[in-house]
Design a protein around this ligand. Structure first.
Ligand code: NAD
Ligand code: UD1
Length: 336
């Protein structure tokens, strides 16, 4: 298949580009490099032994997207492009709706015009809001608590309306839990600009000596050791989930929501311990008060993905930490 990856130079997009190319698909990347670097393209070349076609542009440019869809004879689109920082979305909600929601509308208009009706959308476990029961299945009520999460849910709802209006559309909303880790080469991985918001990249930078210690956001949650529990999933497992989801859509029309997680939660202290073991480095930490908006526990049941598209995550927390550490070692630059 010819597949367009919007946001394809980003963290999850670049790993998915590797897996799709190795599965003999032709990928075209579209990215405005707002949150990624052009050097990723060189790294992808090293991994794959060939240059990927990449267009430097904005998903909100409907004319450009239409042209790519037509010129490259695109069969399916994976829509990764978007802004993803929760705190920033609370500060700048309109920027988040403008990029995420407007970006999706622009893409859908182009797809409709070019008659490309197969789409995977990068959604998030954040659409569920505060868990009402665990593990979270796809029927769990939605109720995001921040503009980022709301933008994802708005897009999911638009996509549902679209499939209701025209049954030729094939759309899967992939609700990612906590993607971490890197490609085994250490050439691509998660490389956040500035101070990392998320746990794994922060720990990696502490282990790498770029930051002095980790602030653990609360040790008074009702969990095994008092720290928050999350469903961390190896980014390569996640990338493989996209290949499976495309195969699923080949024979299934309509709108589908699918959790992509492991079904297993780990606490912050467990992740620190695993990272210390994988890196053979100490990760100094101190406990501070809870981060506003954090929940105690969040983990998926990935059962639906297993049943409908024969996909399960296979990589362990140790492998997640090892690969994140390799990427950190090979790519560390001075902390800003
Ligand atoms: P990322 O920031 O690394 O990648 C997103 C890419 O999209 C970046 O390369 C960025 O430059 C590009 N982009 C942003 N706006 C664009 C625009 N208007 N036009 C063209 N390109 C644009 O993020 P990621 O971690 O790879 O996430 C990919 C998707 O998955 C996002 O939609 C994100 O919301 C979603 N998601 C991520 C996580 C996570 O923890 N990483 C969890 C759940 C969902
Ligand atoms: C965050 C986002 C969520 C997004 C997810 C994607 C927030 C509030 N939520 O969720 O919308 O879908 O990333 O991966 O930003 N922690 C620390 N110290 C740190 C960083 C994190 O103790 O410096 C703890 C957190 O309290 C949490 C766990 O580590 O218990 C994981 O945090 P994080 O990586 O930010 O992910 P989420 O909170 O699940």
């Amino acid at each position: 298949m010819n597949i367009l990856l919007t946001g394809g130079a980003g963290y999850i997009g670049s790993h998915t580009a590797v897996v799709l190319t190795q599965a003999n698909h032709e990928v075209v990347l579209l990215d405005n490099f707002y949150n990624s670097h052009k050097r990723v393209l060189g790294q992808l070349q090293k991994i794959l032994g060939k240059n990927l076609h990449c267009v430097d542009g904005d998903v909100r440019n409907t004319t450009l997207i239409t042209k790519i869809l037509q010129d490259c004879k695109i069969d399916a689109v994976i829509h990764f492009a978007g802004l993803k920082a929760v705190g920033e979305s609370v500060q700048n909600p309109i920027e988040y709706y403008a990029n995420n929601v407007q970006g999706a509308i622009s893409l859908l208009e182009a797809m409709k015009f070019a008659n490309v009706k197969t789409l995977l959308f990068s959604s998030s476990a954040t659409v569920y809001g505060d868990p009402q029961y665990l593990p979270i299945d796809e029927n769990h009520p939605t109720g995001p608590t921040n503009p980022y999460g709301k933008s994802k849910l708005h897009i999911e709802e638009m996509l549902k309306d679209l499939t209701n209006s025209d049954n030729e559309w094939k759309i899967a909303c992939l609700r990612y839990f906590n993607p971490v880790g890197a490609h085994e080469s250490g050439l691509i991985g998660e490389n956040p600009a500035g101070i990392p918001n998320n746990l794994l990249p922060y720990i990696a930078q502490v282990a790498g000596g770029m930051r002095s210690d980790l602030a653990v956001f609360g040790d008074d949650y009702p969990t095994i050791d008092g720290t928050g529990i999350r469903d961390y999933i190896h980014v390569m497992d996640l990338a493989e989930g996209h290949v499976k989801a495309l195969e699923f859509l080949e024979v299934n029309n309509g709108w589908h929501a699918l959790n992509l997680g492991t079904g297993r939660g780990y606490s912050v202290f467990e992740v620190i311990e695993a990272f210390e073991k994988a890196s053979a480095r100490k990760v100094p930490y101190h406990v501070v008060s809870r981060r506003l908006g954090d929940v105690s526990e969040c983990y998926a049941t990935p059962q639906k993905a297993k049943v409908v598209m024969s996909w399960s995550a296979t990589r362990s927390l140790h492998e997640m930490c090892l690969s994140a550490w390799d990427f950190q070692r090979l790519n560390s630059v001075a902390a800003p």
